[in-house]
Design a protein around this ligand. Sequence first.
Ligand SMILES: NC(=O)c1ccc[n+]([C@@H]2O[C@H](COP(=O)([O-])OP(=O)(O)OC[C@H]3O[C@@H](n4cnc5c(N)ncnc54)[C@H](OP(=O)(O)O)[C@@H]3O)[C@@H](O)[C@H]2O)c1
Length: 246
Amino acid sequence: MDLGLRDRVYLVTGGSKGLGFATAEALVADGACVVVSSRTAESVRAAVDTLGDNARGLTADNADPSTAQRLLDLAINEFGRVDGALISVGGPPATGPLEATDEQWRDAFESVFLGAIRTARVVADAMTEGAIALVLSTSVKSPIAGLAISNGLRPGLAMWAKQLADEVGPRGMRVVSLLPGSVLTDRMRQLAPDRAAQDRVAASIPLRRMGDPKEFGRVAAFALSPAASYLTGCVIPVDGGSLRAL
Ligand SMILES: NC(=O)c1ccc[n+]([C@@H]2O[C@H](COP(=O)([O-])OP(=O)(O)OC[C@H]3O[C@@H](n4cnc5c(N)ncnc54)[C@H](OP(=O)(O)O)[C@@H]3O)[C@@H](O)[C@H]2O)c1
């Protein structure tokens, strides 16, 4: 199947590693151009080197109000257009519901919540058609033990994305939320640091293994591509079947 990605241009925040990088790789593999961003210059450089000529990079924090516009400007200056965005970011700290401090909530709200909304807003304003995908979590549908801030913020973002899909749909723009389960990235290695912990996670997944980031990247690239032209206003779990809800 031709995904129709050739020469299309996507912003990928949190794109130097993990799920963002895997999506950038899948987009570029099918002929798209990407602008990847993250906070660490060295990581951004390494990602762009690996992705090749179709990639540009920006060192920027999603919590910074100027990041979204800077990303868009870079895409327009370098590639002349923008066709969508994958909005990923570092996960919020692991805490219980009564332990998370005000500061942790505020920090996560700035980068995870407001950062996503700002990026989507800027991209939606710049496009007449195209697609926006938010990297959220299965915590949109079911709470994850020990991740109170994710449980608190992600469902709200998913509902905001649903309303955005209503609003921009008439112009031919699509919005989807992606719900990773347990995909073996640096983030997952922090949450399940050793083999025994990873085995315990894997044992609870119907496919009996964690996902490979490339498996997530392929789903995300499809969801962003013109081939997914009737997909919008929905959530797409990429979780090996682990969610206990349809
Ligand atoms: N992996 C999973 O199974 C899983 C499951 C559920 C939800 N999620 C969520 O999916 C998102 C991505 O997860 P991941 O596994 O890809 O994480 P990861 O491996 O830690 O990668 C995160 C990426 O985002 C960048 N980043 C972190 N904070 C940022 C910020 N404030 N602004 C811009 N870039 C930032 C990091 O680079 P720098 O450090 O250079 O900024 C890195 O490139 C997270 O929100 C995570 O909670 C992941």
